[in-house]
Design a protein. Structure first.
Length: 386
């Protein structure tokens, strides 16, 4: 998960090298990353269904292979269409099989409920550590072998990581009496009829919008503001470093406090951090402070959101249900990346997209507060053994 998210985290470092080498516009690269995020979201419910039925280990291994293929094909892509298919569709499918849905779904079933929030936070923290390491590692690869050699190396690393998927092999389904024989169609109807499920989905859209926009466009935004490329690299590294601690402590806090309140607080902190960053004059100190705060609340939403879904609906179809929630996240990510590029091409400025990110952050905080987070009680079937 760390490798998959780490490569995604450093996509902004490939933004200018690829577009300048290929002679493409920023909108071309941004659209490919937007398609990647949207594909990731659309594929997530389906990879979730496969993981719920066949186990996460097989899904993760297949996802790593697809991810590696996408990185390799990015190097071979010499047209915008082939770049969209490789960087967008192929890697998007790879992400759906290697990140939160498959990994958190497996852990939710492997770990006892009283330890689940801690386990999700710890997994996210370890994944964040890999993201942190990926920033200087990718910068070194870019310096040695340019962007094409860096992508080929990352593709090889993905293939070498495939044996790690065995750690997620699950035992037979651990389900409560009330959901042991619950059909998937019934579980989906329950979720789609639950108001809180849709509020969570809409709130998660804001998360995807903010993170995808910043991860993809921050290096270019900083260059436009007269800052050095090395400062953008350092900012991404700080985000990844503080994310390690933020994700872990989000998991711990999720076991003690109501997750919906913690999620609302995270969106408010993000919004305040972005507002201060935009209002203050550009400086390395201000940038690094912004990166530290954003990193601390970067991916803490993932274990809290996954935990909230399992808290309400149980773990029988956790990977599938979280996949549908994550679709909202990735719709936001698509809009954040693509609109960032589109509005820049129109206005030659990122100001409007920053304002959109601020507004969505406030909206997300308001949407999480009224969520009904009580466990959904299901009556056992007639004739079931008590």
């Amino acid at each position: 998960m760390g490798l998959a998210l780490g490569v995604r985290h450093v996509q902004g470092l490939f933004f200018l090298p690829i577009t300048m080498d290929r002679g493409w516009s920023r909108e071309t690269f941004g659209l490919a990353m937007a398609i990647q995020n949207l594909t990731w979201g659309i594929a997530q419910p389906f990879t979730g269904m496969l993981a719920d039925r066949y186990g996460s280990a097989k899904v993760v291994a297949a996802g790593l292979a697809c991810y590696a293929a996408g990185l390799y094909l990015m190097v071979q892509a010499d047209t915008t269409t082939s770049f969209m298919l490789s960087a967008g569709v192929c890697i998007g499918i790879g992400l759906s099989g290697t990140t939160f849905g498959a990994v958190y779904g497996a852990l939710s079933r492997l770990v006892a409920p009283e330890r689940r929030s801690w386990a999700l936070g710890l997994a996210g923290a370890i994944g964040g550590l890999a993201q942190f390491v990926m920033v200087p590692a990718t910068q070194e690869l870019l310096g040695r072998w340019a962007w094409s050699g860096a992508l080929m190396t990352l593709a090889l690393v993905m293939l070498m990581a495939m044996p790690l998927a065995r750690a997620l092999q699950e035992k037979p389904q651990a389900a409560t009496r009330s959901d042991a024989d619950l059909p998937l169609a019934t579980a989906l109807r329950e979720a789609f009829a639950h108001r809180g499920f849709w509020l969570l989905n809409l709130g998660f859209l804001a998360c995807g919008f903010q993170l995808a926009f910043i991860a993809t466009h921050l290096p270019a935004y900083l260059l436009d503001r007269g800052m050095r490329p090395s400062e953008g690299v350092t900012a991404l590294a700080i985000i990844a470093l503080t994310n390690i601690f933020g994700t872990y402590y989000s998991g711990l806090l999720g076991a003690r406090y109501r997750r919906k309140h913690l999620l609302a607080g995270i969106y408010l902190v993000r919004t305040a951090a972005m507002a201060l960053f935009l209002l203050l004059p550009p400086s390395p100190l201000g940038l690094y402070a912004f990166a530290a705060v954003m990193g601390f609340v970067w991916l803490g939403t993932a274990p809290l959101t996954n935990g909230l879904v399992s808290q309400v609906f149980g773990v029988r179809y956790i990977t599938t249900l979280f996949g549908f929630v994550f679709l909202g996240h990735q719709l936001g990510a698509f809009l954040g990346v693509w609109l960032g590029s589109r509005l820049f091409e129109i206005t030659q400025s990122y100001d409007l997209i920053w304002l959109c990110a601020l507004g969505l952050g406030l909206l997300a905080a308001l949407l999480h507060w009224p969520i009904d987070d009580r466990h959904l009680v299901r009556l056992p079937k007639a004739g079931a053994v008590a």
